[in-house]
Design a protein around this ligand. Structure first.
Ligand SMILES: *Cc1c(COP(=O)(O)O)cnc(C)c1O
Length: 376
């Protein structure tokens, strides 16, 4: 009996060919394919600027700098998120302030953010957890009059829609991940999108050591001494490679098919899980998700989650504990300013079910049978 993993990226010959072409071209670091991937990603979202970087973590780092966040500032974030969301705030010398989330979406709301706003709040990071669109407008209406910026952590969100538009596309700044645990993958990789041309130009410099003229532009100009770069502020090496971008261009074309298939499989879980199906994460009123993480909130009194995961593993099914909560981990322990009961409920009582493009209905039936047998 083969094991059913929780996720397999949908990669094929076309991606292998694209990566090989990049290698054969001799240009493997950030170059023409990164520029093409940025244009294609911006066009897909309908945003003016997209800056490719090495991960969503580095995308969040740059987005916070772009939002003017620095030492002494506070940034409201959900604790219920991959720890990179909070860590990015720490990288810029600011303090992550943890807000609770709503049960239905696992996301921040204006109501959970409001009590945490102070005179020091410089930004809020609104996460589209598991690809479920966050209600961005409500949070922006609350926060922007105070002079703070809402950065969207759309790490999981490529392919999800918010009020009919791609998730992240309406934010001042948004960050995406192309890690294989998300839908569209480049191995490792990320993107920052933004509305403002000057901010985008600064982020392009910051991802490349603060260089005023990028290495690929210098090369394109003939590499002559006529294009001398300067270094006007301290930057980073947050670049994506052309090999990754080549894969990303293929993956972006496949994204609509990935989302369609994942949504079909999520619907099928909901139908066939019986009463348990109602405990599966679902689309909110304001958008549609890509089911990057398809989580099930375990009923009260059902068997212990560790036992459930072990029971599933025993029949060859790999599920995962639910999304983590940063305030329960060592670096942030004891820092929560308010109780986070919904966060603790979701992180403690949910499991993420196997869901990937090539999951067959027979395999999914095995997962459903395993869950129904163990939970009832
Ligand atoms: C995966 C993830 C990240 C980090 O993405 P990387 O590309 O691995 O750096 C950040 N935020 C959220 C919400 C994520 O799910």
């Amino acid at each position: 009996m083969s094991t059913i993993p929780v996720m397999i990226p949908w990669l094929g010959e076309e991606e292998a060919q694209a990566a090989a072409d990049a290698v054969r071209s001799g240009w493997v670091a950030q170059g023409p394919r990164v520029a093409e991937f940025e244009r294609a990603f911006a066009a897909h979202l309908g945003v003016p600027h997209a800056v490719a970087v090495s991960s969503c973590t580095t995308a969040l780092h740059l987005a916070l700098i772009g939002a003017g966040v620095g030492p002494g500032d506070e940034v409201v974030v959900p604790s219920l998120s991959f720890i990179a969301t909070a860590n990015a705030v720490t990288y810029v010398g600011a303090t992550p302030v943890f807000a609770d989330v709503e049960l239905a979406t696992g996301n921040l709301t204006a109501e959970t953010v409001a009590p945490l706003l102070t005179a020091r709040t410089r930004a809020v990071i609104a996460v589209d957890q598991g690809g479920v669109p966050v209600d961005l407008d409500a949070i922006r209406e609350l926060v922007e009059p105070l002079g703070a910026t809402v950065v969207e952590d759309a790490a999981c969100g490529a392919g999800s829609l918010y009020r009919g538009r791609p998730v992240g596309s309406t934010a001042q700044l948004a960050a995406y991940s192309f890690h294989p645990r998300k839908l569209l993958t480049t191995g490792e990789g990320g993107m920052v999108t933004c509305q403002d041309g000057e901010v985008a130009a600064r982020l392009r410099r910051l991802r490349e050591h603060g260089m005023s003229v990028s290495a690929s532009d210098r090369h394109a100009a003939g590499g002559g001494a006529s294009v001398l770069e300067t270094y006007d502020e301290i930057g980073f090496n947050h670049r994506m490679t052309d090999i990754q971008a080549a894969v990303g261009l293929v993956q972006l074309r496949k994204l609509p098919a990935m989302v369609r298939r994942r949504r079909e499989l999520a619907d099928r879980y909901r139908e066939l899980l019986g009463p348990l199906g109602e405990r599966l994460v679902a689309d909110p009123e304001h958008g549609t998700g890509n089911f990057q993480a398809c989580w099930l909130l375990l009923p009260d009194g059902a068997l212990d989650r560790t036992e459930l995961l072990a029971g599933l593993a025993a029949v060859g099914i790999s599920a995962r504990r639910g999304i983590m909560a940063a305030h329960l981990e060592a670096p942030y322990k004891g820092t929560a300013r308010v109780p986070l009961p919904v966060t603790e409920l979701i992180t403690g009582r949910s499991v993420i079910l196997p869901l990937y493009h090539s999951l067959t209905e027979d395999q999914q039936d095995r997962v459903i049978a395993g869950l129904r047998e163990l939970i009832g």
